[in-house]
Write a protein that binds this ligand. Structure first.
Ligand code: AMP
Length: 455
């Protein structure tokens, strides 16, 4: 039987919040981190964004904090350090969702914006502070922040922290924290520099390692098809009909896109159901049951929803939209060729997605064979020689946006545009804590100096 959140030991207000978010099954990092954290242990997590690691630390921290709330003025009892303002804002937004039914006050602070609203919030008193290192130290130095009552210290994306040159800031913060506290460190990778840093402040930590799923490449017949966005639907319908697909999953980037595609498939006589975060648990269970028993041949899913899909007989995976996170590609195509069977994975690449393809191919370390034997083949979607991984700049983007992007540095991703370099350049998280569930884009493109100033 699959674990549910209840068996992890979460309290009723948190279970309600998790249910409202549409989470049915804990992700591996949650399953492995939540019980030891609730038991008071330090945790060293090797996990990337997208694995559900925020809930893995936020839920137990909230639970323990709300169990024993001291009397009097609120003091900062949990400090979460994040390398970028976007990630910090996302974490804070998750705290809002998970603490919905708790008496917990939290706030995010980062550089590059006026400090006054942040100072005012600090003066009102907080339980949880999410911060980028530069602004945190700034406000500590000005006497606005006291971190001497911190019981939980979370260092998120530690590898990026070091990449961005924050090691000295982190050391300064560590010196100011009280000795007795619970520590959590998350990092996508574990080079020796991170292992050393972890060793310097974690004590007897439980190690949780969520390495990306191995691709069963041998048994998956991967194909890339270049085409215009407007032709994707017709090509999908054609393949589903030609190959008589009876058990296939189609991945779209957005929930809205999934809903629209289900309607369009229906108009073409193909029965499909959507499964994504906005669907109620009942609707998801029904869709999955129909898919499993064969009455619904096509499931249209977003990445997050795909986590719970564990169906053995999937013959086809369609990357209707190529994922902007290369790791998602691996996760998606791994839904087929399970239990020793074979499977086909089609990737539809339009001219805005060629950079995503570059990132995917860098991650998997090979070129995916191209299938151009279809009537929609479009050479404009093929990556240019030497093209960098990541989002393709839209030449038609409005002037204002372009200027904003230039200000933030532009350029390739981390590690010279490597496998993890494919994120969007959205600035939407910069001054609010209510970033939507769908907008999880993050910066990887800023130059180091710019990032340093921003934070
Ligand atoms: P994170 O890795 O923390 O950035 O989380 C990635 C995304 O997964 C966020 O949008 C979360 O809302 C979502 N998420 C976290 N845990 C779960 C879960 N157990 N089931 C479904 N979605 C989840």
């Amino acid at each position: 039987m699959m674990t549910d959140f209840q068996t992890l030991g979460l309290s009723a207000p948190l279970l309600r919040a998790v249910e409202a978010e549409g989470y049915t099954t804990p992700t591996p990092v949650q399953e492995q981190s939540i019980p030891p954290l609730l038991a008071g242990r330090d945790v060293l997590g090797v996990a990337q964004t997208g694995t559900g690691k925020t809930a893995a630390f936020a839920l137990p921290v909230l639970q323990i904090m709300s169990r024993n709330r001291p009397q009097g003025r609120r003091k900062i009892r949990a400090l979460v350090l994040s390398p970028t303002r976007e990630l910090a804002a996302q974490i804070d937004e998750r705290f809002s969702a998970y603490s919905e039914h708790l008496d917990i006050r939290h706030k995010v602070i980062f550089g590059g914006v006026n400090q006054n609203p942040q100072v005012r919030a600090l003066e009102r008193g907080l339980d949880i502070l999410v911060a980028t290192p530069g602004r945190l130290l700034d406000l500590i130095n000005q006497g606005h922040i006291d971190i001497t009552h911190v019981e939980f210290f979370v260092l998120d994306e530690a590898d990026r922290m070091l990449d961005m040159g924050f090691i000295h800031d982190i050391k300064k913060v560590l010196k100011l924290l009280p000795k007795k506290r619970q520590n959590l460190l998350f990092s996508a990778t574990m080079p020796s520099s991170i292992a050393n840093l972890a060793g310097s402040f974690l004590s007897n930590a439980i190690k949780v390692d969520i390495t990306p799923e191995e691709i069963t490449v041998d048994r998956i017949d991967q194909k890339i098809m270049f085409l215009r966005k407007a032709d994707k639907r017709r090509l999908l319908v054609k393949i589903i009909k030609q190959e008589r697909v009876e058990c296939g999953i189609v991945f779209t980037r957005t929930k809205h896109g999934a809903n629209r595609l289900v309607k369009q498939l229906d108009q073409s006589g193909i029965s499909a159901a959507a499964i994504h975060g906005n669907k109620s648990q009942g609707a998801r269970t029904k869709a999955l049951a129909g898919f499993k028993n064969g009455s619904i041949p096509i499931l249209v899913a977003t990445d997050i929803a795909s986590r719970g899909i564990d169906v053995d007989g999937v013959t086809h995976v369609f990357n209707y939209d190529l994922p902007n996170e290369p790791e998602s590609y691996v996760h998606r195509i791994g839904r087929t060729a399970r239990a020793g069977r074979t499977g086909v994975a089609y990737g539809f690449c339009d001219d805005t997605e060629s950079g995503y393809l570059v990132g995917i191919q860098q991650l998997i370390g090979k070129e995916i064979p191209v299938d151009s034997s279809h009537e929609f083949h479009f050479i404009g979607a093929i990556p240019k020689p030497g093209q960098k991984a990541g989002k393709v700049k839209d030449p038609n983007a409005p002037k204002k946006k372009q200027r904003q992007r230039n200000r933030s540095g532009g350029g390739g991703g981390r590690n010279g545009g490597g496998g993890r370099g494919g994120r969007n350049q959205s600035r939407s998280g910069q001054n609010s804590s209510n970033q939507g569930g769908n907008n999880r884009s993050r910066h990887h493109g800023n130059s180091r100096s710019q990032r340093r100033r921003d934070n």
